[in-house]
Write a protein that binds this ligand. Structure first.
Ligand code: SAH
Length: 233
């Protein structure tokens, strides 16, 4: 297969910032702040304790490590080696038991069919040339009855205003150029792609940000950031 489903420029963004991944005041502050919200949401729908979990596009391991702390047996994968190194070092220092591997979801899926109880793929699809291939790989690696959790950013003028202009240029909670509008994904597109590979929607949440209190919360509107919980039929 000659087509490799990653964008070197996208990976370079995360490589360059890797050493600041665990600094809660860094460019990764939003990931630190949304983590308790998404973690509790996942755990509430499909208890993490004792589950085999795959975190696709794990980066420095904020979500992966927190799921391991809930008692899950977690493998985190990513194609950027620096964030993975940071993730492994952090887990070592904090005593969390997480495995990390530099491999794409598509490559891991060959030979890993129906291997995981839960697959998470958060804030990653909007950085990939062909999200459908990643969605398919996630579904393939999930056991029947298992869960897949996606999160990404909607592609609407409103989402562009809030998540790109607002977050990158006004509030500056994300570095400029973090997100490319054309790569954002509408909820119906993601649901359709997931539906084609046997994933059924079980829950959906929007991610809201209050710039005054600087707090994130989960709410109903999927108009900007959003999370989908799907179950493999
Ligand atoms: N999922 C983590 C990190 C999100 S940042 C979290 O939510 O906390 C996006 C991550 O996706 C980065 O670590 C980046 O290296 C990774 N990524 C981007 N394109 C990728 C690809 N094609 N395959 C695997 N990982 C990718």
């Amino acid at each position: 297969m000659s087509f490799v489903n990653f964008d070197p420029a996208e990976l370079a963004k995360f490589q360059a910032l890797a050493d600041r991944w665990w600094d809660p005041r860094s460019e990764f502050r939003p990931l630190h702040e949304i983590n308790p919200l998404r973690l509790e949401w996942i755990d509430g729908l499909s208890a993490l304790k004792g589950r085999k979990v795959l975190d696709v596009g794990c980066g420095g391991g904020i979500l992966a490590e927190s799921m391991a702390r809930k008692g899950a047996d977690v493998l985190g994968i990513d194609l950027a080696d620096k964030p993975l190194k940071v993730a492994a070092l952090h887990a070592q220092a904090s005593g969390a038991t997480v495995a990390y591997q530099a491999i794409s979801a598509e490559a891991l899926a060959n030979g890993c069919e129906a291997r995981f109880d839960i697959v998470t793929c958060m804030e990653m699809l909007e950085h990939v040339p062909s999200p459908d291939a990643v969605i398919e790989a996630c579904a393939r690696m999930t056991k029947p009855g298992g869960w897949v959790f996606f999160s990404t950013i909607n592609r609407t003028p409103w989402a562009r205003l809030i998540a790109i202009f607002g977050a990158e240029q006004v509030l500056r909670i994300l570095p400029r150029g973090t997100h490319d509008y054309r790569k954002l994904i509408r909820p119906d597109e993601l649901k359709r792609a997931a539906g084609r590979v046997g994933l059924e929607l079980r829950d959906q949440r929007g991610l809201g940000y209050n710039p005054l209190t600087r707090n994130f919360r989960l709410h109903r509107s999927l108009s900007v950031g959003y999370l989908l919980a799907m179950q493999k039929t």
